[in-house]
Each structure stands twice: as C-alpha cells, then as structure tokens.
Design a protein around this ligand. Structure first.
Ligand SMILES: *Cc1c(COP(=O)(O)O)cnc(C)c1O
Length: 238
C-alpha cells in the first residue's frame, strides 16, 4: 500500500473514533511524522492532501524544511535548549516544551527573530521514568510562568501514551489537565490543541478528545520496511 492509501485508512479510522463519541472528524488534524522518511514519500503525502508534517529532531528537519515550502512543520521530539534558535525559525508549532529554561530561550530567540513562537506543553501523565514532560502537579506553575513570556504562546498540551498497557487513562488525564487549565483562565482562548495519539494508539486518543495526532509508521512505516528489504537483497535499481 502507498502513502495515499495509508492516509485514507487513517482518516477513516479517525472519523469512526470521533463519531463514536459525538465529535467532529474534521476537527482532528494529522501530523505526518517524517523522521527517517525520504523526500519522495513526503511529496506523495502532500499530493494526497497532507498539510502538516512533523520531525523529532531539529537537525534532520533542517534538511527537509527548505525542500518543502508551503507545508506546516511541527517539532514533536525533545528539544535541546541550544537548538532553540533553529527551532523558532523552522517550526510552526513545538510540541515538546517541558521546562522554563527552554521557554525563556525560545522567547528570547523569537523576540530576536521578530516573531512569536507557538508551543504545546509536554506532560508526562503516566509518570514513567526516563520520559520527557512536566509532571501533572507542576503544570499549573509552569503555565503561570509561561504566561508572562511575550514572544511565546502556549497553544495546548501534548503527551506520549504509555509504552505498555491501556493508553486511555493517560489520554483522559491530559484532556482533564487541559480543561482545568482553561477553567483557571490560562489564556483560555489560545489553549486549542490536545496533541496525543501515535500509530499504535490514535483511535483511543481521538475518542478521548485528541485533535492533533502524530503518525509516523502507520503512514510511512511499511514503505520504509519494504525499501530496507529491497536494499538488503540488492534488488533496487537506481
Ligand atoms: C516518532 C514519533 C511519533 C510518531 O510515532 P509512530 O509510532 O511512528 O506513529 C509521534 N510522536 C513523537 C514524539 C515521536 O517521536
């Protein structure tokens, strides 16, 4: 199956999940995650109507962003503070803001570039060790601190589901955190996005209110595998 068929299948599954809970399928946006994905497949996704693309590393993104003007790039992976300047220039939305020091640097760099940087706060809802993201208990304080930065705008929350087990409680937990933040009036009109759901768990995430799913393997993965298999037995002519 090609990229276009994969995208169609994903859109159908999203629509089914959204309707199941009385939601609007059109409100759920897909970020096609292109880490390790070659340019022709990105072009195929664009041809199939895909607008939003995501990378997990600044370095890999730099090579691609310039090649595909007119699409919207998201940073979904962890961001080192020393890459803040490049991140501000490359990405429309940074999903992985998880600490004040990084926020201050993004704000400073955005100011220097004469723009406002938009970001989601990454939350480690499950509390798994070794996982990035602010602890749920520390979220209100971080949101308060972030609200004073003039060149950074928080647009929502992001989480990564648990590695094992039922992802539903984590997704429901993030939705609750967003609702609580809105109720407290943290720039409520700007808290729009709930970024949750990856290839293995996005239907559940959509049922729990996700409106931004980050999908790599289910759109591009099999193609990558086929290509590797071909390269190994030497059957790719170029
Ligand atoms: C790689 C990645 C994704 C996409 O993962 P798949 O399982 O390939 O869909 C989503 N979010 C983040 C943060 C990632 O690093």
């Amino acid at each position: 199956m090609g990229v276009a068929e994969n995208l169609n299948r994903v859109r159908t599954r999203i629509a089914t999940a959204a309707r199941k809970v009385g939601g609007d399928p059109a409100g759920v946006h897909i970020v096609a995650v292109t880490k390790g994905v070659a340019a022709p497949y990105i072009a195929e996704a664009m041809a199939a109507g895909q607008q939003d693309f995501g990378e997990s590393r600044v370095q890999e993104a730099l090579a691609k962003v310039g090649c595909f003007p007119g699409v919207t790039w998201h940073l979904v992976g962890h961001l080192q503070t020393n890459k803040a300047r490049q991140a501000v220039l490359c990405f429309a939305l940074i999903h992985s803001l998880d600490r004040l020091t990084l926020a201050r640097e993004l704000d400073r760099r955005a100011c220097g570039a004469g723009r406002v940087v938009e970001a989601l706060v990454q939350v480690n809802v499950t509390g798994e060790p070794g996982k990035w993201g602010v602890a749920p208990a520390d979220l209100p304080r971080l949101l308060t601190d972030l609200s004073s930065l003039e060149h950074l705008r928080v647009r929502g929350l992001m989480t990564i589901g648990p590695l094992v087990g039922d992802p539903r409680p984590a997704f429901a937990g993030l939705r609750e955190l967003l609702e609580r933040a809105k109720a407290k009036g943290f720039a409520s009109t700007e808290l729009k996005w709930l970024s949750m759901g990856m290839s293995d768990d996005y239907p559940v995430a959509v049922e729990e209110g996700s409106n931004l799913v980050r999908l790599g393997r289910t759109i591009f993965g099999r193609l990558g595998e086929e290509e590797r298999a071909c390269a190994e037995d030497g059957s790719i002519d170029s």
